[in-house]
Write a protein that binds this ligand. Sequence first.
Ligand code: SF4
Length: 119
Amino acid sequence: MDKQELTCISCPIGCHLEVTNTEQGYVIRGNQCKRGETYAISELTSPTRVLTSTIGVKGGFLNRLPVRTNSPIPKDKLFAVMEIINTVIVNAPIKAGDIILKNLLGTGVDLIASRSISE
Ligand code: SF4
């Protein structure tokens, strides 16, 4: 049996999870709700994260635009996606929610603007 400890990040409570890998599957303790179980299994089998960053803006009242992915992406693709994001510069005006890049690395996830920036 293989034991691991995790902190559930699905809500601000942050339950301390103890996960045991048994022949019958994962046994999760410490979660206050079902989402903790889902989080633990996902984290151990295919971890994902929402990526947040900033990109350059031309012609706006700010020169950096906060961006994020509209869904979590596989953790092992974060650095490759950052390399792409670091090359992107957009022109103002930008509206919050505008799609900056579609289908990042074939994940089906888009990069979107987290705020508006006017000219
Ligand atoms: S297990 Fe449930 S209550 Fe605990 S941190 Fe995760 S989502 Fe929140």
